[in-house]
Design a protein around this ligand. Sequence first.
Ligand code: 5AD
Ligand code: SF4
Length: 440
Amino acid sequence: MSNGNFYIETYGCQMNEHDSEKMAAALKRMGLTPVPTPEAADVVLINTCSIREKAEHKVYSALGKLKPLKKKNPLMITVVAGCVAQQRRADLLKKVGHLDAVVGAHQISELPSIIRRVRKTKERIDATQFTSRVESLHLNAPGLGPSRVWSYVTVMQGCSNFCAYCVVPFTRGPEQSRPSEEVIRDVRGLVNKGRREVTLLGQNVNAYGRDLGNGTNFPRLLQELDRIEGLARIRFTTSHPKDFGTDLARAMADLPSLCEHIHLPLQSGSDRVLKAMGRGYTLAEYTAKVEMLRQMIPKVAITADMIVGFPGESDEDFEQTLSALERIRYDQIFSFKFSPRAGTRAQNLPDQIPDEIKAARLKQVHAIQDRITLDYHRASEGVIEETLIEGIKEGSGQPYGRTRTNKIVNLDGSNCAAPGELIPVKITKGLKHSLVGERV
Ligand code: 5AD
Ligand code: SF4
């Protein structure tokens, strides 16, 4: 019997997407059915992001849209989960009268009991306590992700670094790792369900195992996962440069299923800014690691995150970021204007940079990176790339997938490959955001 319908809206990072899968799994287990719009739902959940101000604003506008729906259907239960819930906590309940519950990063496994309580007692619930054992870390979300070909698997969550600009240590708490047997069991289960690829998630996968105190570390976990038969590809994100070392590079060079792509956020090319950010490395230390990677794995693709306009960033500091981009030549980057976040050290630093300057700097970063990315894409024309087909485009019937280096390939031709197939594809055209290729 149906216990009602639910709708989940997700903002933010891959970890959030995966948390939403876990919450959807929990709601399904209690008999609720997913629906594609909030209008038809009895439970509406917004899984939120507070990494930058813009992300947080989206949540308030999403909540605004729920107000008339709740008026029409007073029995509708509205929940805010994720980073904004964790940061704003009871304040959010106070401010938003039509909100029933806030559920923090450590409490998402409590979601079913929270829904039951709200239904029964109509109380408004603040479930945002941190715990030293996050239950949801140990949950899996079998088959509820966006793809039948690949899945996310959490290996650790939280961060103990406290970079000056970042809310994550406050919203997700300190680093906590999953026991490796649990990760291996989940990945096996996914492979048995037909998944060919997993993306291992953690705020800093290089810290994996430190808190377990049994000698486990990330490269060892990768070695074990690589042995799983039927698993074609392993990816992971994110890797903190200060903790990235030879062991992981060696794993990437040696393990057949580990894809040749690493996301290694640099954030700034200026040592002065890196120091103020508290990143724990200099540009020279970082580039030495990039050189080691490229030497050990010639075809490796390297991507990064960059922040422009960190407080005190001078023209000269910014020039160093631009020259780092030119010298490192990333395959792709994600770049952001610095956004002051409540509770972080950088929020109250002097010399905040005016928005016009941040916007102009971001534009310059985009221009350089767009050119470099296109160069790489064009240079791959004529090359044969192993491609894992992820889906078929509606309408055109064109299969699409990704290379081992995480580049999107759209196949020329309709229905010439099926999702889940791992095939050689000859790249015929390099575009700004993707590649075109033909099956060989
Ligand atoms: N302002 C701008 N960008 C930020 N990031 C994290 N915090 C902030 C902030 N306050 C970026 C970093 C990080 C990525 C996930 O988001 O580049 O690597
Ligand atoms: Fe944030 Fe720094 Fe932790 Fe990354 S390493 S999540 S940027 S505090």
